[in-house]
Design a protein around this ligand. Structure first.
Ligand code: MG
Length: 257
């Protein structure tokens, strides 16, 4: 029996307001951001990544994260999440417990992209993630960890599966049991996705796995099917295919929700 026969329900996280908006050069007015999130809340998606609590110097688009989170309607059947790159960002999210329920932490799986993204080593990032996880879980937030560039890095190319297994294991050791596998620049193919995801799901069957697929080569839908076959049923999507990565040259939009 194919895994797609067993997966009866696919869980979508709408990431357009974060991954999409961060790629827009022009500032999107706060009221527009709120209106988009409110409209998305009413589409039936179970989860929305509302914004990123990144330093506004790094991504000026998110200078109004607090106002957006404070201004959106909170619907009871929708999970609202925020990307949080560091402890300073986490401190900004803490007052919003009750509006934001999940913090999404992140780590690039290659040293060169992790430096481009956060100007530090993977070990340094993991050290901070350990502290952030303790604080966030202590304050009642759910925590997830993303493996950025897991299926290909703009600087280092293909990533060895041992590296992914190692980082997944380190997330699990920190008490993070929801992990997202990100094809940040959209260079994966269905065979790579199937092989990688099957392997990781086999190694860590208790982890709640999620896919974050960009559509650079129009393969995100085929890659989604491959991930379904490998046993994953949770997927990020960007409304209208918005998305990108300011620290990954060549990255294009997410798979359209
Ligand atoms: Mg992305």
């Amino acid at each position: 029996m194919l895994a797609t026969d067993r997966v009866r329900k696919v869980h979508i996280v709408e990431v357009g307001p974060r991954d999409g908006f961060q790629s827009e050069k022009q500032f999107i007015p706060t009221a527009t951001k709120i209106a988009v999130v409110n409209a998305l809340s009413r589409t039936g998606v179970p989860a929305i990544q509302v914004t990123s609590f990144v330093h506004p110097k790094a991504i000026p688009q998110f200078i109004d994260s607090e106002d957006v989170v404070a201004g959106i309607d909170i619907l009871p059947d929708v999970s609202y999440r925020a990307l949080v790159p560091n402890m300073r960002g986490l401190e900004r999210v803490l007052p919003f417990r009750g509006r934001i329920d999940t913090v999404n932490l992140m780590l690039s799986v290659t040293e060169s992209h992790n430096r481009a993204n956060g100007n530090r080593s993977i070990d340094e990032t993991l050290h901070e993630i350990a502290g952030m996880t303790k604080v966030a879980q202590g304050e009642g937030f759910a925590v997830s960890g993303s493996m950025i560039c897991a299926l290909g890095c703009p600087f280092e190319g293909r990533v060895p599966i041992e590296r992914l297994q190692d980082i997944a294991g380190r997330y699990v050791d920190l008490g993070i049991t929801a992990i997202s596998i990100a094809d940040t620049i959209g260079v994966a193919n269905p065979k790579l996705v199937y092989d990688t995801v099957s392997y990781l799901v086999g190694k860590y069957p208790d982890v709640t796995w999620n896919m974050h697929l960009h559509n650079t080569r129009d393969l995100a839908l085929a890659n989604t099917l491959a991930a379904l076959e490998a046993g994953v049923s949770r997927f990020d999507g960007g409304v209208a295919g918005l998305g990108g990565c300011p620290y990954a040259p060549g990255a294009t939009g997410n798979i359209a929700t």
